[in-house]
Design a protein around this ligand. Structure first.
Ligand code: SAH
Length: 435
């Protein structure tokens, strides 16, 4: 068993059961990519069993803080079973659910989403990669499902020195043939992906709240769908309904989740003269968003889809004197890490300033950041400063986070990557001062 010895004082975060060991904390020792290593304090005291990652700044990720624990197939199967069992106690209103959320579930770097009868996994760390075959088998046996698709193509893989891999890991080649499919029989843990003649991923349909969506697990973002925004879409629908909002702008709409939510809110409020404008720079995402409007029985005449840059579109709307009753801003990750926070802050501030200017008094802005490098506190400051520049004040009527199947734990606050504010615009500051 290889041992990693830390610098004096660098044991503190592991003693608090935070799972990351940074390269700067390591005094000596090493291992192969994904190999289980023993982490010791400077005095040689056991701290954790961890997966080593020779190329990553996060040099090791802890599997267990119990010296008696063996890191083996049984350990991983138990951790997966615990994560899946927890979902039964979480309030998840969909048949698409995140079963494993990495560090928060004690499985660093591993993400598993379940879309109906199909599992999709991201192996985002050296440790997860090392145990891929074991994890794949344990997932099938814990869920009773037969199909597992791999989407190990997120940027974080490169930081771990791992290549992008996508394709069926289990069961895909037989998908649609015999029920249950067949494991690909690849014990090396490699995805069977990209093999000639492989069955393409099926067109998956999910039900979220009362709404139907289709998911492209092969080429969609993340594992295909933004499951983390599930309950925020519902809150948006409820808000549109309750306030009878008519003119809605959905920025960074992807496949139209908030668009469908807005239309549902209007329908529930018997608003039949509303309009939802949806903007994204991805044409395939917009095509799917349009299809989702029809799939849910809404009138396409009440929608407009714009293939454009959001920032430029917001400026154009301002020039044209357009105004909206509700605006959603759900941009991609501008700051993957804290190092990008400053540039990201400017980008967030810019779009929030423009959106607040476009909002009618009494109107509502749902604004989000999914950047790990931007804390909830910093995000609040950014939106506040956008408001000050816009000359717009607003009530924060709600603070938002990811859906409960993307849990945050006491020990790993970094899990709280998604934060949102619901801001209701007051009258103009100038107006309030009687000017
Ligand atoms: N709200 C969506 C998820 C948004 S993901 C949902 O609920 O499903 C972010 C989206 O922003 C992606 O679809 C991406 O294509 C789009 N995007 C990224 N940069 C953009 C830009 N500059 N202008 C417009 N869209 C952009």
């Amino acid at each position: 068993m290889k041992t990693i010895r830390l610098h004096p004082g660098r044991e503190r975060s592991l003693l608090r059961r935070h799972p990351w060991v940074f390269d700067s904390a390591v005094a000596k020792g090493g291992g192969d990519s994904g190999e289980t290593v023993r982490i010791e304090s400077h005095e040689g005291k056991f701290l954790a069993w961890a997966a080593f990652s020779p190329q990553s700044r996060i040099r090791a990720r802890a599997w267990s803080f119990d010296e008696a624990q063996r890191i083996d197939a049984a350990f991983l199967a138990a951790a997966l079973a615990r994560a899946i069992a927890a979902r039964r106690r979480f309030d998840v209103r969909s048949d698409a659910v995140r079963l494993v959320h990495g560090e928060s579930d004690g499985l660093p770097g591993l993400v598993v989403d379940c879309y109906g009868d199909t599992l999709v996994a991201q192996f985002g760390s050296a440790g997860a990669e090392r145990w891929k075959g074991v994890v794949a088998d344990a997932l099938l046996s814990a869920t009773g499902l037969a199909r597992l698709y791999e989407r190990s193509d997120a940027g974080a893989r490169a930081l771990e020195g791992l290549p992008a891999v996508t394709g069926w890991l289990r069961g895909g080649a037989a998908a649609g043939a015999a029920a249950g499919g067949e494991a690909c029989g690849n014990d090396s843990g490699e995805a069977c992906g990209n093999a000639d003649g492989e069955a393409p991923p099926p067109a998956l349909e999910i039900v979220e709240h009362d709404w139907r969506f289709t998911v492209d697990i092969a080429t969609g973002h993340k594992t295909g769908f933004y499951l983390d925004q599930r309950d925020n879409r519902k809150r948006f629908a409820d808000c549109v309904q309750r306030l009878r909002l008519r003119r809605v702008l959905n920025c960074f709409c992807y496949t139209g989740g908030f668009t469908v939510a807005a239309l549902a809110g209007m329908r529930a409020a018997d608003v039949d003269d509303g309009e939802v404008v949806s903007i994204d720079s991805s044409a395939p995402a917009l095509d799917r968003a349009r299809a989702h409007v029809a799939l849910n029985g809404f009138d396409p005449a009440r929608t407009r889809f714009v293939d454009a840059d959001v920032n430029a579109s917001l400026r154009r709307f301002l020039e044209d004197g357009a105004r909206f009753d509700a605006i959603v801003l759900d941009p991609p990750k501008f700051a993957p890490t804290a190092a990008h926070a400053e540039r990201a802050a400017r980008a967030y501030k810019d779009i929030n300033r423009l959106a607040l200017q476009l909002l009618e008094p009494g109107g509502v802005l749902f604004t989000f950041s999914c950047s790990g490098g931007v804390s909830a506190d910093l995000f609040h400051k950014i939106v506040a400063s956008a408001g000050a520049d816009a000359g717009v004040d607003g009530y924060i009527v709600e603070t938002l986070e990811a859906a409960p199947d993307h849990p945050v734990t006491l020990e790993f606050p970094e899990g709280a990557y998604l934060k949102g504010l619901v801001v209701m615009r007051k009258g103009d500051i100038d107006a309030r001062h009687g000017r």
